[in-house]
Design a protein around this ligand. Structure first.
Ligand code: 13P
Length: 271
């Protein structure tokens, strides 16, 4: 299989995304984008760095990013191509304004908008067919974890989302393991728990596709990842970076995570 620059000589290029969620404003969004570019600096040469502002600020953020090596993504994308879908934004529209990534299946959308496995699968298929790249979020709630179903739930979400995705499309997918109980709580998964979940996801990809593909797909961690805990969590060779919420709103903290991920010494490639 012809893998892109994100997978060269058996190495996965790190990925760090900043999910700004429903934060920032008309002035602070481009300002944060500009500060992120400055703070990240050269570290973006060894790590894919992507920011995900609120949809209404995608255009000013794109302008603020300029030609810097920081990518632009949307926090969601419609499962439909166009038409009567009030409030939705299509993959084509996102591409038209310069976004190249979309987050799909974030637990906050599953929770706030009742997005189930089926719609997540449709969104992933639409995004990839349209030429966007996707960060697919999976992960269990606290109740599911307490019930001993963490791996089962995460694997189910992964299988459902990938059901219609061909192997060659998977190189445009980054999987984010985001245990719901760790999101916005200040309590991250332990490095051991995070590493185990990543191994399970990679095993599952091996079963769904092939061992080679499983080794090539990037799997990143999300959930209270910050400048202080990044080194410990990203130390595991199976964890290829992070998807960051709160800490991505501070350019300096976000850049520290990028530097930590980039220090794994990976090759240059696309962003
Ligand atoms: P926090 O980093 O704020 O916990 O959010 C993680 C997340 O949901 C990223 O998508």
């Amino acid at each position: 299989m012809d893998w892109p620059a994100s997978y060269t000589r058996g190495m996965r290029r790190p990925f760090v995304g900043g999910n700004w969620k429903m934060n920032t404003g008309a002035e602070s969004a481009p300002a944060l984008a500009a500060a992120t570019v400055t703070e990240v600096g050269d570290a973006a040469r060894a790590c894919d760095v992507v920011v995900f502002p609120p949809a209404c600020f995608l255009i000013p953020v794109r302008s603020a990013l300029g030609d810097a090596a920081v990518g632009l993504g949307a926090q969601d994308v419609s499962s439909e191509a166009n038409g009567a879908h009030t409030g939705d934004i299509s993959a084509e529209m996102l591409k038209e304004i310069g976004a190249t990534w979309a987050i799909i299946g974030h637990s906050e959308r599953r929770r706030d908008h009742g997005e189930g496995d089926h719609v997540v699968a449709q969104k992933l298929e639409m995004a990839l067919e349209s030429g966007l790249r996707a960060v697919l979020c999976v992960g269990e709630t606290l109740e599911e974890r307490k019930a001993g179903q963490a791996h089962q739930v995460t694997a189910r979400q992964l299988r459902a989302a990938c059901a219609s995705i061909r192997a060659e499309q998977m190189h445009d997918v980054v999987i984010a393991y985001e245990p719901v109980w760790a999101i916005g709580t200040g309590v991250s998964a332990t490095p051991q728990d995070a590493a185990e979940a990543h191994r399970m996801i990679r095993r599952e990809l091996g079963i769904l596709y092939s061992p080679e593909l499983a080794q090539a797909v990037r799997i990143v961690y999300g959930g209270s990842l910050n400048a202080a805990n990044a080194a410990a969590i990203l130390a595991d060779p199976g964890i290829d970076g992070g998807l960051i919420g709160g800490a991505s709103l501070k350019a300096g903290d976000f850049a520290q995570v990028v530097r930590t991920a980039a220090a794994r010494g990976q090759p240059q490639g696309r962003h």
